[in-house]
Structure formats: C-alpha cells, structure tokens
Design a protein around this ligand. Structure first.
Ligand code: BGP
Length: 484
C-alpha cells in the first residue's frame, strides 16, 4: 500500500510549467466543407473522393464535412468555452489560390480566414496556422504534384501570400503537416490522395521537393517578414515510437533505429541535425539497393550544398504528431502476429502489441509510455529543439458523449508528457489535442471519430456537442494538472 501510495503521489506531483500552452487541432479539408463555394478551386482530396469513393471506407467526401466555412462564430465559441490558449487550423491552398498559382488570388478565401483569425484574436486565442495539411490544388497535381521540383517555388509563392495577408496577426506558422504521410502514402503506397503507387520512388521525390519548399518558405519569412512580424515558423512531423522487440538484441535495436530513420529521420535529419542531410542509413541502403536493381543513381535524390544551407536549421520549433508505437525486428511475422514493413528499403518488420488497448482506427493502439520515450529520443538526436505536440488523440466508432476511453487516453499520454518535461528535461511547450470535433477522417470518412466535440453528420447543420473529454480537457487547461 505504501508503495502504491507513493507511486500515486509521484503521479500527482507534476504540473504543467507556467507558460505551457494547450490547444486543439483541425485541418481545412476535414472540417470546412464548402468545397466549391466562396470561389475555392478543386484540390486533390475533392478529386479523389469524387472519383474514387471506393477508397473511402463509407464512400463519403469532405464536401460538407463540419461546415466550418459557415460557422466561424460557433467554432470560436467552442474554443472559448474550452479555454484553449491556441487553435491549430490549416489554410486551404485552393481557397486562397484556386488554380494553385499566385497569379489569381481569391479575395473571398482571404476574407474567410481573416474573419476566423480576427475572431480568435478577439477571444484571446492564438492562431497557430498550418499552411499545408494535405489538400494540394488539383492543377498542381496535374503537373505531377510534389515529385515535380518546380512545385517548391509554387509553394513559396503561396507562403508569401499567407505571410503578407495574415502575418500581421498570425505569428505561429507550420509549413507542412506530416510530410511523411503526404509523400509515402500519397506517392508510394496509395494510402492518401493522390493515391499513387510508385513504391520506393514517388515518396522520395515528393519529400525532396517538400523539404526544399519548407526551407525556402522559412528563409523567405526571415528575409522579408520577420523584422516586422516577429513570428515563428516550424514544421510538423509525425512519428510513432519504434522499439526493439527484444531490447537485448542488437539486430532488433538496429531494426527499430532504421524504422525511425526512414520515417522520422527522413525529414528531421535534414532540418534538425548537424549534417543537414538525409540520414546516413537511408543514403547508403537506398543507394546500394538501387544499384542492385539496375538504377544508375540512387532512388533517393541528393541535396546540393546550397539546398543543405537552406534546409539545415530551418525551423524555430519541432511540431510533433504522435498517436501510437510499434516494436521492430528483422524477422517476418506469422498470421497471428503480422509484421508489416513500412517499405522494402527499411528491412524492418514492425508491429503493435496485441496487449495494447485498441481504438476505432486499425493503426492506433494505446501505449502512453511511447510518447515519453519518443520525446527523449528526439531530444537526444537533434539539436535540442523546442517541441510542440501539434496532434495527439484517440478515435472510436461509437460517437458516445461518455467517451471514457478518450479521457483515459488524454490523461495517460499527458502524464507521460509531464514525466518527459520534469524527469527527462525535454523542452515541450505546447500540446494540441486532435481534434476539436469529429470530422472527415481521410480514408475512414465519418466512420471513426476523434473529436472532443460530437458532430451530428446526419443533421444538415452539423451541430456540435461537447463530449466528456471536452470537460476533462478544459479542467486540465484550467488547473495545469491531471486529475485522475
Ligand atoms: C493525422 C492527421 C490528421 C488526422 C489524424 C487521424 O495523421 O494529421 O489530419 O486525420 O492523423 O488519422 P486518420 O484520419 O488517418 O485516422
């Protein structure tokens, strides 16, 4: 009993440091709706959901989603009720530039985001803006999308317009959300729009353009806007915690390390490490594999010195999206315990423990300790970045308002954040829950729900109702601690 009580005390003793900020996150395609209203152009998610309903679990689209385009007042009221410090939302590129290019600006789109930003500021909520959360304008896909290197400068033109139009009030910018998902799933494994399947090629080309686009957008801010606007520009990378199946086995440790480098290091190394380049293990493995396969040069493109200069150090903070973890080994699984590899180049088989609690998403199993381990991993590998958790959350398929499992998820993951801050001295300064409300969840459509507000999608007005998790989250924000 004494031990248990002591343990409990340790749990309760930590609080979030003064200045730590809480928020919630959303993304334009997932909530706005109004897909062809207000002068907006078509994007790759409009196109894919319209042409390939078979790719979405319930055959749905984001045409209406949560109708947030028409509901800025109501959404800001929800945020005010929660008491959040910031709201992380994304801007729809096609709403600002209907054909993707800077030569045709849609004033209605600018007006919409101005209204949202102004309402947030009036409510003393910091706007935390993602420039790109997956909804590439369709005309840019027609010229190849991200694998086309010229799309980097086209993105920088778009970023320039965002800084110019909103930078007097928006001082927290995220260039890209989860580039690994954009590139790997968009151009290699067909998991997300535009659903191409050029495995081992498309993803690497996409990432190369995207990293250059990110670096250039960052440099542009410091060249033309920082002096006046005094803001910060970062990027959001997603990562699971990859652990060796057998901690004692060097082979398993190496497999977990490769999984990390091929997924997170792919983007984090060029931006946040001393070398400012792709991880060594990626470069050498892909080069060797490519040669064996008959390519004259590596399937992984290389950066010029000038590009490295642009990309290295091009982030004021490390945005992190984290949901779940995996064990890795080099041995293939069995039918009972499949061990899917992320890519043939990695040579690691990673899987989730059947003992972990499941959720409404096939890929999301609950392992809170993974978040603390991951935060420590990032701290140790990179130049001690300021980490902002820009997404973390739990899905179900019930839509229940008594969402105890989501409450437990937030409590247990946040407890690990506290441990990372207080015991491991990781510099974590923000936490955003995914998501403010149930929304269009990409390939799962409306079947899985991540919201702390319930949305009734059968009602044309898409009314929102707070779930238990909204009240618990509000309490955490108010008290700065977790109440179990
Ligand atoms: C993240 C995305 C979010 C959100 C979440 C849930 O990867 O940044 O946009 O959707 O995951 O994932 P999913 O909708 O794929 O289940």
């Amino acid at each position: 009993i004494v031990v248990l009580t002591l343990l409990f005390c340790v749990k309760a003793q930590y609080e979030f440091p003064t200045g730590f900020e809480f928020g919630v996150a959303t993304a334009s395609y997932q909530i706005e709706g109004a897909w062809n209203d207000g002068g907006k152009g078509e994007n790759i998610w409009d196109r894919m959901t319209h042409e390939r309903p078979d790719l979405i679990e319930d055959g749905s689209t984001g045409d209406d989603a949560c109708r947030s385009y028409y509901k800025t007042e109501e959404d800001v009221r929800l945020l005010t009720d929660l008491g959040v410090d910031f709201y992380r939302f994304s801007i729809s590129w096609s709403r600002i530039l209907p054909n993707g290019h800077a030569n045709q600006i849609n004033q209605e789109g600018i007006d919409y985001y101005n209204e949202l930003i102004n309402r947030l500021i009036a409510a003393e909520i910091t706007p935390f803006v993602t420039m790109f959360h997956w909804d590439l304008p369709q005309p840019l896909q027609e010229i190849g999308g991200w694998p086309n290197p010229f799309v980097a400068d086209i993105f920088v033109d778009y970023a320039n317009i965002l800084y110019k139009e909103f930078g007097d009030r928006v001082t927290n910018w995220i260039t890209f959300n989860e580039p690994a998902v954009v590139c790997e799933q968009g151009y290699s494994t067909a998991g997300k729009a535009p659903a191409y399947t050029q495995e081992g090629i498309g993803g690497y080309l996409c990432a190369h353009t995207l990293l250059i686009a990110h670096g250039k957008a960052y440099r542009l801010y410091y060249r033309d806007y920082f002096e006046e606007q005094r803001g910060r520009v970062g990027i959001t990378l997603d990562s699971w915690m990859y652990m060796p199946e057998d901690e004692e086995s060097q082979e398993d440790q190496d497999a977990a390390e490769r999984a990390f480098q091929f997924f997170l290091g792919w983007y984090a190394n060029p931006i946040f490490s001393e070398e400012g380049d792709y991880p060594e293990v990626m470069k050498s493995r892909i080069e060797a594999q490519s040669q064996e396969e008959g390519f004259r040069s590596s399937r992984l493109p290389s950066f010029t010195d000038e590009e490295i200069e642009i990309i290295k150090g091009s982030a004021d903070f490390f945005g992190l999206n984290h949901y779940t973890s995996e064990y890795c080994t080099t041995v293939t699984g069995t039918e009972d315990l499949p061990r899917p590899s992320h890519s043939a180049d990695i040579d690691a088989f990673c899987y989730q423990s059947p003992d972990w609690e499941s959720s409404g998403s096939s890929w999301l199993k609950v392992y809170p300790e993974g978040l603390r381990k991951l935060l420590v991993w990032i701290k140790q590998r990179y130049i001690n970045p300021e980490i902002m958790i820009t997404e973390n959350g739990f899905s179900d398929r019930t839509g229940t308002l008594a969402d105890c499992r989501r409450v437990n998820y937030f409590n247990s993951y946040l407890e690990q954040v506290l441990l990372a801050i207080h015991e491991d001295e990781v510099n974590v300064t923000r936490y955003a829950a995914w998501s403010l409300m149930d929304n269009f969840e990409w390939r799962q459509g409306y079947t899985e729900r991540f919201g702390i507000h319930y949305v009734d999608f059968d009602d044309d007005d898409k009314p929102r109702t707070p779930k238990m998790s909204a009240f618990v989250f509000k309490n955490i924000i108010q008290t700065g601690g977790i109440d179990w």
